[in-house]
Design a binder for this molecule. Sequence first.
Ligand code: 0O2
Length: 221
Amino acid sequence: IKFNNMKALKTELIRFMMSYKFALEEMNTKIDILKQEFQYIHDYNPIEHVKSRLKSPESILKKSQRKGYVFSLPSIRENIRDIAGIRITCSFISDIYEISNMLQQQKDITLIECKDYIKNPKPNGYQSLHLILQIPIFMSDREDHVYVEIQIRTIAMDFWASLEHKIYYKYNQKVPQRIIDDLKEAANSAAQLDAKMESIQKEMLKIKETSDDEENIHELM
Ligand code: 0O2
């Protein structure tokens, strides 16, 4: 009986993790479709790169203990919503909201939560758009609704976050005040750079539109 229970538990655990793997695959396909179609229609690619990861069972366990959740599969499924995580890096801030809207408009995607750390950056300077989405996964005998966390940010925001993450771990989470201040300053510079790049891009689009209009007029004449 013990063996059977262990076997059943193992099967359940593997199926649990598989549902997140499938959710990542589905979401990655959706993102790839948006990327290819957008490139074709607008001759422009708003997505620089996409990275996805499954939280390891060890990290799931640690997070569950840290947050004081009951350690059961239903509790983990409901409370830990970043087991499947995707990070999308874009060139411009407007691309972030465009991608976020395109995903949210899809009928099989439910928006559960949106944290806009671009409009409201974290006190340390962290910026990104975080979405918790839910998508259905159809399996042989069940339909699971799985949470996926999507982080969408610009290249500058990503550059900042990866350095900040390294520093945080290097100092074992006790970062000296001087470095905290420098990081905040760097986050402000990154935000300024993003704003400048966005305005250059808008300017370029205007020029392109005007020259396209002129070409159209010539063609008509
Ligand atoms: P990993 O390895 O990226 O998964 P919670 O997710 O509930 O524990 P919170 O604060 O409610 O915590 O979630 P939030 O704000 O949506 O942030 C979760 C994730 O965003 C983090 O995941 C990081 O990836 C990223 N993040 C949030 N704040 C910062 C920050 O200040 N600096 C950096 N570099 N990244 C940040 P994990 O679980 O920490 O790690």
